[in-house]
Structure formats: C-alpha cells, structure tokens
Write a new protein. Structure first.
Ligand SMILES: Nc1ncnc2c1ncn2[C@@H]1O[C@H](COP(=O)(O)OP(=O)(O)OP(=O)(O)O)[C@@H](O)[C@H]1O
Ligand SMILES: [Mg+2]
Length: 390
C-alpha cells in the first residue's frame, strides 16, 4: 500500500468545523507531502495552519475528508499508536517541568517499552545530534535557555526516529538570532536524516529558507498556492499571494540563490604582465572603469582605467584592493549588497584563495529572470535508519 511514490502525508478534501463555530476552520484542504521533503504551512493568523497540522496526527479529528500517512487512512489507525510514530514539536515546547531533560527526551521510547540501556544511549545520541551538552541532561527544563529548550523539543520528537515530524512554530518563542541558528541546525539535521517534515510558521523567511515546498493558506484553510520557494516568489498564483509575499519578492529570491549557481564570467580581468593595449581592449569590451589583475590564480586588485594609458605591462604599483569579495556559498543577496558598496561595482568571487570570476548586477538580474531549479538537497530515503523502532 505504500511505495516510494506514495506521499508521506496526503490530505484529501479535509474539513474541520469546530462545535459552535460559525464557519469551518478548514473548509476543504487537499495536499500531498512528498516523502523526505520539508513542507511549510504558512498564512495569516487563524487561517487554519495549526488545525490542519493537528489533523495529521489526530490531535484534532477531521469533520470530513481523509488523511493518509504513508498510504494508510489514519482513521483506521489507533490514534495513540499513530502519534507514537510521528514526531511533534510545538512552540511552547511543552516539556514536563518536573522531569529531567533526559526523561523528557525519553518519553516516547519509554512508552514504546525500550529497555533502559537502549533509552540511555539514544538520549545521549540525540543530545549530540541537536547540540545539547551531556551535563544539561540531568537538569530541569527551566534551567535551560529558550533555545536549548527548543532543542530538547526537537530531540524528543526525534527520539524514536519517526519518519514524519510535525512542527508548529517550533522557533516562534526565541529571539531572531537564536531562531536563525536553530533554522540552520534544522537544515543540517534534515540533510542527515531525510525526514518528512511539515512545519507551521508565520515567518515567511523561515518558510522560504527551510522548506522544499511552501503551502500558503488563506482563511478557512484555502490553499492559495503550493510551490517551491523560488517559484512562489517568481510566479504568485493570485493577488492574495502577491500581497502576502510583500513588495520585496525579488530580494527574497536573491536570498535563496547562491553565487556558485551563476555561470560566472571572467569579466574585466587580465593576468599580470598583460600589455596595456590588450588591457584597454578587454576593458572596452567588458565595460566599467576598473580592470582587475590576477597572477593566474589569485585576484590581486583593481587598476583604474586612467592607469592604462600608454605602453608597457599593466601597472601594479597602486592596486585598489577588491572591496567586494564573495565565495560560492554566499547568497546573491550578499553579493548584491557588496556590489552596491564597492567602488568597482563588481564582486570578485574567490574560492579557496583562487579567483573564480566576477558577479555584476546584470548577471544577478539575468539569473533572476530564469526559474531556479533547486539542487536535490533532500533526496527521499526509503530505507529506515538503523535505530528505527518500527
Ligand atoms: N478548539 C477550537 N474551537 C473552536 N474554534 C477553534 C478551535 N481551534 C481553532 N479554532 C478556530 O479555527 C480557526 C483556525 O485556527 P488555527 O489555530 O488552526 O489557526 P492558525 O492558522 O494556526 O493561526 P495562528 O497563526 O494564529 O496560530 C481560527 O478561527 C480559530 O479561532
Ligand atoms: Mg497556529
């Protein structure tokens, strides 16, 4: 009933009407979550994100429609058993205050009847995985910082190695710096573990950063658009989406792309010792007021156009240091920021000390004109990992 092409989660015409409520909290939502992918549910407050998420693990029972997890209709599965097989992380973390961190992490393994030695080794392993110190394990939740508590919440959700994680604003309660770090840690974790993750957030940048696909909901759980981050930003499906994404859509796209994805050009750059006539021709062809000089490997600096008059090799005595250096892993947004503040209006790409090419605003503009094909960062992994409890 479940093969590699079966979505990890499938919602079919799911509806939730709360008793006594006027309209439906979720009207009619259909959504497939591919295995091994991160899907972010985002949308205005009250649009039904939490309700939709909780219908997946039956913390909320759908009023109509069908929810499938790994191809199984969840209404046919015992809800307790269902939830033991699905990790769940919430904003308030929900740790038991009078139990140690280790005991909090061990809740699900204990419910599954693991023996003490296995639980202890799994807890130690998880602490390492999420970046908790071993000496923090015997403390109580209120003796940890907010960010550390969030890590405990993630460790607890991962304890029995469930293939599916549901996260409801997992980083909502921490400050932006810690949130940024936790987001990066989540990405690193996901690159190792290949879970299926459904994450609710109201932070657009968070959704764009961590998700393979973003589901943007409007009131009543209406799915306004379900697309990869770059496509969402490039081709909003309707005015509601455009408005939700805001006026700086292109800047947000730049933050999703990396310098290494560009077809880099050498630009107005020559090797040291090149004669000035050739250098002038290169500059005339490439445009700009500055000529870059390399030693064949490293970028040495810039010569102003005025310094290229006359005969002989290009002068090197008064090179302007490259103010805008970027690496292949830098975002296009970072590259653009540096171009804007560099006198030469060009960013120099350097990798391991070697000159790789230059980035200009025109190159960035052209990259944005094309749709982005993301690298397959989260290939589906059909095999369960060794410590799986299933
Ligand atoms: N137990 C409940 N009883 C009645 N109405 C509810 C209940 N839970 C949620 N609702 C209503 O259902 C709608 C959707 O709520 P939900 O919590 O799913 O929104 P949300 O998108 O998660 O919002 P937020 O971003 O504020 O967390 C809201 O109008 C809310 O008031
Ligand atoms: Mg919510």
């Amino acid at each position: 009933m479940s093969d590699a092409s079966t979505p990890a989660v499938r919602l079919v015409d799911v509806r939730k009407t709360f008793p006594g409520a006027e309209g439906a909290a979720v009207e009619r939502l259909s959504l497939d979550v591919p295995r091994g992918s991160v899907v972010a549910l985002i949308g205005p407050s009250g649009c039904g994100k939490t309700t939709s998420l909780r219908m997946i693990n039956r913390l909320i029972e759908p009023s109509a429609g069908r929810v499938e997890v790994e191809g199984r209709d969840t209404s046919t599965v015992d809800p307790i058993a269902l939830r033991l097989g699905i990790g769940y992380v919430i904003q308030a973390v929900g740790l038991f205050p009078h139990r140690s961190i280790a005991d909090n992490i061990a809740v699900v393994p204990r419910a599954l009847g693991w023996d003490r030695a296995r639980i202890a080794s799994r807890v130690a392993e998880l602490a390492e995985l999420v970046g908790l110190e071993q000496d923090q394990l015997q403390r109580f939740p209120d003796e940890l910082s907010g960010g550390q508590q969030q890590r405990v919440g993630v460790a607890r959700a991962l304890a029995a190695d469930p293939p599916l994680l549901l996260m409801d604003e997992p980083f909502g309660a921490v400050d932006p710096v810690v949130r940024g770090r936790l987001q990066q840690e989540l990405l690193a974790l996901q690159a190792r573990l290949h879970k299926t993750i459904v994450l609710v957030t109201h932070d657009l940048d968070e959704a764009l950063l961590v998700a393979d696909r973003v589901a943007l909901l409007d009131r009543g759980g209406r799915l306004a658009q379900y697309a990869e981050p770059d496509r969402l930003l490039q081709e909003p499906a309707e005015p509601f989406v455009t408005e939700f994404l805001g006026a700086d859509r292109s800047l947000r796209r730049l933050a999703l792309r990396e310098v290494g994805e560009l077809s880099l050009r050498d630009g107005p750059v020559v090797t040291r010792g090149t004669d000035r006539a050739t250098a002038r021709a290169v500059l005339a062809r490439e445009g700009g007021d500055w000529l870059g000089i390399t030693d064949g490997v490293r970028f040495l600096g810039w010569v102003p156009a005025a310094g290229l008059a006359g005969e002989g090799p290009v002068p090197e005595d008064d090179l302007e240091a490259p103010a805008a250096l970027v690496g292949p892993d830098d975002t296009l947004r970072a590259a653009m920021d540096r171009i804007m503040t560099a006198r030469t209006a060009v960013a120099v790409v350097v990798e391991d000390g070697r000159f790789r090419g230059v980035v200009t605003l025109e190159l960035i503009r052209r990259a944005l004109a094309e749709p982005h094909t993301p690298s397959p960062q989260t290939p589906p992994s059909p095999e369960p990992s060794p410590e799986g409890s299933r």
